[in-house]
Design a protein around this ligand. Structure first.
Ligand code: IPE
Ligand code: IPE
Ligand code: MG
Length: 249
């Protein structure tokens, strides 16, 4: 397991994205309800946020609820929404104390009104914080996001405020819910599943992917350090050759 000291502070990823997976299996293994796994996952969220802020990561995006998760049993959705409201309201003080700004991506209009209000309040309260931005992906999916971006652009073309020829990669990025944020450089998924599950498809084009078998409620600071050390040991070539990179440095 890596220590904090194993990390090179000069080559940190600016943005880390996390697919927090495995809460249900973690609970089942102990003969408990899946919802107990979600509750136990909050500690892992706290550890990851704290460790990221201490290291100096600028953006941390956490996948908390996907568009597809609306298809889960109603009792589980309700438990997750209740947990969301209570966690956000409890943790706002910690975010303030640690100078962390809260943001969200996703179709938040789909959330229950209590959730939406709590989220908006926490976002407003923390809006001036500058140490790190914590982005919660809620009712999020990449295909939903790309679809709404395409709709907005189609409207603008129809109104004549943008010419089709003027649309480039920047225009598209600016219409995604992550507009203004750097792309994640490191994507972590827990629970041993090797898939993306509709998360940030556009933004992770060149992210380094890191998979661990740890189930989300067991994820601790050292697990984040392991992921970052792995990231720092990789050669990011962006289409070039290894020789080209070496001659540049
Ligand atoms: C991740 O854990 C949390 C959410 C998707 C909300 P899961 O609930 O997916 O847990 P597993 O994957 O079934 O173990
Ligand atoms: C992905 O986990 C979504 C979140 C972590 C919020 P899932 O557990 O929903 O993913 P799949 O369905 O197994 O791919
Ligand atoms: Mg899962």
């Amino acid at each position: 397991m890596a220590n904090k000291e194993d990390i090179n502070p000069n080559t940190l990823p600016k943005h880390i994205a996390v697919i927090m997976d495995g809460n249900g299996r973690w609970a089942k293994m102990q003969g408990k309800l899946r919802t107990f796994g979600h509750e136990s996952g909050v500690k892992a969220v706290r550890e990851t946020v704290e460790a990221s802020a201490e290291l100096g990561i600028s953006y941390l995006t956490m996948y908390a609820f996907s568009t597809e998760n609306w298809n889960r049993p109603k009792y589980e959705i309700n438990a997750l929404m209740t947990l969301l409201v209570s966690t956000i309201s409890k943790e706002t003080k910690t975010l303030m104390d640690n100078n962390i700004r809260l943001e969200s991506i996703g179709d938040t209009d789909a959330l229950p009104s209590k959730c939406r209000r709590e989220l908006e309040e926490a976002k407003q309260k923390t809006a001036g914080n500058t140490r790190m931005t914590l982005v919660l992906a809620l009712s999020y999916s990449a295909r939903w996001e790309i679809t709404q971006a395409m709709k907005q652009l189609a409207h603008q073309v129809k109104q004549g405020t943008i010419q089709p020829e003027a649309i480039d990669e920047k225009t598209i990025a600016n219409h995604l819910t992550t507009a203004g944020m750097p792309d994640p450089e490191l994507l972590i998924r827990t629970s041993g599943e090797h898939r993306i599950s509709n998360f940030l498809l556009w933004q992770i084009s060149y992210a380094e992917l890191y998979f661990t078998d740890k189930l989300w409620p067991d994820f601790r600071k050292e697990d984040l350090y392991d992921a970052i050390v792995s990231f720092q040991n990789r050669e990011r070539r962006f289409g070039k050759t290894s020789e080209q990179l070496k001659s540049q440095s």
